[in-house]
Design a protein around this ligand. Structure first.
Ligand code: GLU
Length: 553
């Protein structure tokens, strides 16, 4: 029985050949140097920060080279598919503005190189497998799971390499007649690649990040088609898809590095050109408890999954900057020198990626984010804050919608200046730093942060006298002048030199005096500019706060 006859027996309905597919998916018509890249997540979990790094790097590579970025849904592991994972991927790419040029979603295919969902490419994979069987480079294998387990145990015990290779690959030596008989008997099988590699021989592979690496050749007969659903394995789909879709650069997690010898041999078996590879760094973090540097964990670290950043309300560009900062060692410098350039103009260099891992740190993200939020106009910040609250905090949403003008006015304090305040790391922290502006958030059990002056009587006296002279129409200069005069008349020093020399002559200094007012009005001793806060509150509400103080302190 010929290989061709065996191949026809296994795939009787497959009539198209590799040549047919090559015609169907011709080379892309792109300018010189354009990169064709893809983001190819498996929907076996929700998008995590490692995926985000791959997606962002891909986007940057495509945009900066006038190339193509496509999204491929690698859903061949159907048993582990997680409901909602695909929707979440599309959501995240949209949300962060790193959408693919070609993709397939909700039944719609955008792009000429689809389908972009692997489970819909069955016929293509089968044609390519059929070809390998015909040329003697693939065969059906009937090893049962018990037999496989036995082999594995034996190999482990006798310290041999694990895998189906050489004499363990029993069915590579079986005649086509016998293989055909088993198939006709309905026995279960996978299709395995027939490796021709020699583990004792080496080849050199050049990873764009890690440089030249020497690997032993692959000699394992890996499965390329699974038995239950006839879907290909990752390795096989990678070779077929990235060939037909004309991928020039594969950006993928470092965990795939050890599969390079196999992929190298698979591409060679088809005589296909191998794409270039950028194996991205593992994402590391400093463990909060032990201080040790370890892999970021989806189980332990909430920031590992992309839900986190949206829920906390980090601005999109801050997250992208944080990701690119750990992806490329010169991104931070580039960003400092080009604060207004879009991130995708960054000349990403795989060589500037740390092969030993990328240390992700939330403090860094917080700093980047504070900076972005400080540069937004108050109304832009308000709109983003409102949109965040609408989704994640109905109480805050209700308050800030009702008091839109006051909220914007508060957010605007010390904003449109050379060195704006950097109070907020994300939208979810704004309310905890502005709650006191909303009367509804005041209750009877507040903690007043008074400092030097704590006696209720004195505080009441200061505030009552002050409210008598407070005039909303005063400019900030006049406002302060009046405070100073009142302070002096109540025996608080406004001349700091004299106060330092004779502290006992005074109840306190001018700062102690304003602290009294600030704490009565906000409960806090540190807030944005008090003049602006008073302007927003207005005299009547200030009066009310004094009453609350009187009742509750
Ligand atoms: N589906 C693979 C994964 O999610 C993709 C690896 C690749 O990009 O080739 O890990």
């Amino acid at each position: 029985m010929t290989n061709q006859e065996l191949a026809d027996l296994i795939f009787p309905n497959i009539t198209k050949t590799i040549a047919d597919y090559e015609l169907e998916y011709p080379a892309r018509n792109l300018p010189e140097g354009a990169k064709v890249v893809r983001f190819a997540p498996s929907p076996t979990g929700f998008m995590h920060i490692g995926n985000m790094m791959s997606a962002t790097i891909n986007y940057v590579l495509a945009r900066s080279s006038k190339g193509v970025f496509f999204l491929r849904n690698e859903d061949t592991d159907q048993a582990r598919t997680v409901e909602g994972a695909v929707d979440f991927i599309h959501h995240i790419l949209n949300y962060y503005g790193i959408m693919a040029d070609e993709y397939e979603y909700n039944g719609e295919i955008i792009g000429n190189y689809g389908p972009y969902i692997q489970s819909e490419r069955m016929e293509i994979y089968h044609a390519f497998i059929k070809h390998l069987i015909t040329i003697g480079r693939a065969y059906p294998c009937f090893l049962t799971s018990e037999e496989l387990e036995e082999i594995r145990e034996y190999q482990a015990k006798s310290k041999k390499r694990i895998g189906i290779y050489g004499r363990y690959a029993k069915y590579r030596y079986t005649s086509n007649e016998e293989l055909a008989k088993k198939i006709q008997n309905g026995e279960k099988y996978v299709i395995r690649f027939r490796s021709e590699g020699d583990f004792n021989k080496k080849f050199v592979f050049e990873d764009l990040t890690q440089g030249k690496i020497e690997f032993p050749e692959n000699d394992i007969d890996v499965p390329i088609m699974k038995s239950e659903n006839k879907l290909p394995t990752y390795h096989f789909a990678h070779v077929v898809d990235d060939h037909l879709m004309h991928t020039t650069h594969v950006v993928r997690g470092n965990e795939w590095m050890s599969s390079v010898p196999l992929h190298y041999e698979l591409f060679k078996a088809f005589n296909f050109k191998m794409p270039k590879y950028i194996h991205t760094s593992l994402i590391l973090k400093k463990d909060e408890e032990t201080g040790a540097i370890r892999k970021i964990s989806k189980r332990k670290d909430p920031e590992a999954l992309m839900f986190y950043y949206e829920e906390k309300g980090y601005p999109v560009l801050a997250v992208i900057d944080a990701v690119l900062t750990i992806a490329n060692s010169n991104y931070e410098e580039w960003r400092t020198n080009n604060p207004d350039k879009p991130f995708y103009e960054f000349p990403f260099s795989p060589k500037k990626m740390s092969p030993s891992g990328a240390l992700f740190d939330l403090d860094k993200l917080n700093n980047i984010s504070k900076n972005y939020l400080s540069k937004m106009s108050a109304s832009e910040l308000y709109e983003n804050y409102l949109a965040w609250a609408k989704k994640y905090d109905s109480h805050v949403y209700e308050l800030i919608s009702r008091y839109k003008d006051d909220t914007i006015a508060f957010l605007n304090i010390e904003r449109e200046i050379k060195k704006p305040r950097k109070d907020y790391e994300n939208y979810s922290t704004i309310f905890s730093k502005s709650w006191y502006m909303y009367d509804e958030a005041w209750s009877k059990d507040l903690t007043y942060e008074f400092a030097k002056i704590t006696a209720k009587e004195e505080i009441l006296k200061v505030m009552t006298s002050y409210l008598k002279i407070y005039d909303e129409a005063d400019s900030q200069d006049i406002w302060f002048q009046k405070i100073k005069e009142l302070a002096s008349s109540m025996n608080y020093a406004s001349d700091m030199k004299d106060y330092k020399e004779h502290p006992d002559n005074y109840k306190g200094d001018i700062a102690d005096f304003t602290t009294i007012m600030r704490v009565v009005l906000t409960t806090l001793k540190m807030t944005p500019n008090l003049y602006d806060i008073m302007q927003i509150l207005g005299k009547e509400r200030m009066q009310k706060r004094l009453e609350i103080f009187e009742e509750s302190y």
